[in-house]
Design a protein around this ligand. Structure first.
Ligand SMILES: [Zn+2]
Length: 347
């Protein structure tokens, strides 16, 4: 996004979300440099925690797009929707395991060095990793502990049922967390803690719902292929067509995007159009703003194509056969088809 800071580690893009940088500035302004050092150490270990997940994921052949850091923690963006349970177990446990290993190493080092700045940093390191390891092991999906729990449950039931159970447990934990924080807040006047825990609880609650949605859609879309939703009369526009005319066409056929016939194929969607001042639509050509897109083939699993569509942030993808564009699939059609398929399996 606009104000994020990005860099690469182990070939994975790390994004510091703007809200995190705002938080660091606020802490610097209110708590001074000591607080910033503490928070920075914490976030170094958050990054290493996420990299541990990513390392195990990549080792198991699963793509990790990027790691985004928010004020309440990090998230490795893993696009895969069908990770085998034993792999999910390994990926999920890797983060907390890393933190506990650091705790033991730091405790050992503390026996040798226990004073001065190094001793201080060691004790911050121990606390930070203990909190990270224990918090993430809470069995509340989408936290690591919840994923571990789901992967174990999947030995007995299918992925969807395991996710439904994990989400129930997650919501129970979220409610318990809020009730306990509220009791503590009234007992010890710790309203800051209550606010913080409520925020975290809300993030877990929303996150668990989206895990459930993904699981429902994955189950419903498993047997579908690109062929099932392909529109075989693709709308292709000339690369030199002006945005004004592209828009008229999109408007008249009620399509969120058109394919720009160039090599490689590109997609021009309303998202790119809205990024260009309307007064320039008469001058700018489709090829100038259209985005190079991944293509799909008729027999590709629909869920894979959908994943590619979402990770490239496009609402339409070309379907190719023998190097020729023979059709398109749109996000709306994919979602509609998956929902219909779900209804059919409920019969
Ligand atoms: Zn984790």
């Amino acid at each position: 996004m606009a104000f994020s800071l990005n860099f690469k580690l182990m070939g994975i893009e790390i994004e510091l979300h703007w809200s995190l940088m705002l938080l660091l500035l606020l802490i610097l302004a209110s708590g001074g440099i000591d607080a910033v050092i503490t928070i920075s150490i914490l976030f170094v270990f958050v990054i290493l925690h996420e990299l541990s997940h990513s390392y195990v994921a990549i080792k198991n052949g699963i793509d990790v797009r990027k790691i985004t850091l928010f004020p309440i923690g990090g998230m490795a963006m893993i696009d895969e929707t069908s990770i085998p349970p034993d792999v999910e177990f390994k990926i999920s446990i890797a983060g907390p395991l890393f933190n506990f290993i650091v705790v033991f190493l730091a405790l050992f080092l503390q026996l040798l060095i226990n004073d001065g700045a190094v001793g201080q940093i060691l004790s911050i390191t121990i606390q930070a990793n203990l909190v990270l390891g224990l918090f993430n092991l809470l069995p509340a999906i989408p936290l690591d502990g919840g994923r571990v729990w789901r992967s174990i449950r999947e030995k007995k039931v299918d992925h969807l049922k395991a996710t439904v159970d994990a989400v129930k447990l997650s919501k129970f934990i979220v409610i318990t967390l809020i009730v306990m924080s509220a009791l503590l807040a009234f007992e010890f006047d710790a309203f800051g803690l209550l606010l913080w825990n409520t925020l975290i609880a809300a993030v877990i609650y929303i996150g668990s719902d989206s895990e459930l949605n993904v699981a429902i859609l994955t189950a419903a879309g498993r047997n579908l292929s690109v062929r099932d939703v392909t529109n075989f009369s693709p709308v292709l526009v000339n690369a030199n067509l002006k945005l004004k005319d592209c828009f008229s066409l999109m408007y008249s056929i009620n399509s969120p995007a058109v394919v720009v016939s160039s090599n490689p194929p590109r997609v021009l969607s309303y998202r790119q159009l809205s990024g260009i001042e309307k007064s320039k639509w008469g001058i700018v050509r489709a090829i100038d703003v259209a985005q190079i897109c991944p293509a799909c083939e008729l027999n590709d699993p629909l869920l894979d194509a959908w994943k590619r569509m979402r990770s490239s942030d496009l609402s339409l993808l070309p379907v190719v056969f023998d190097g020729e564009i023979i059709g398109t699939i749109s996000e709306m059609d994919v979602e509609k088809r998956i929902v219909l398929n779900r209804l059919k399996t409920l019969e």
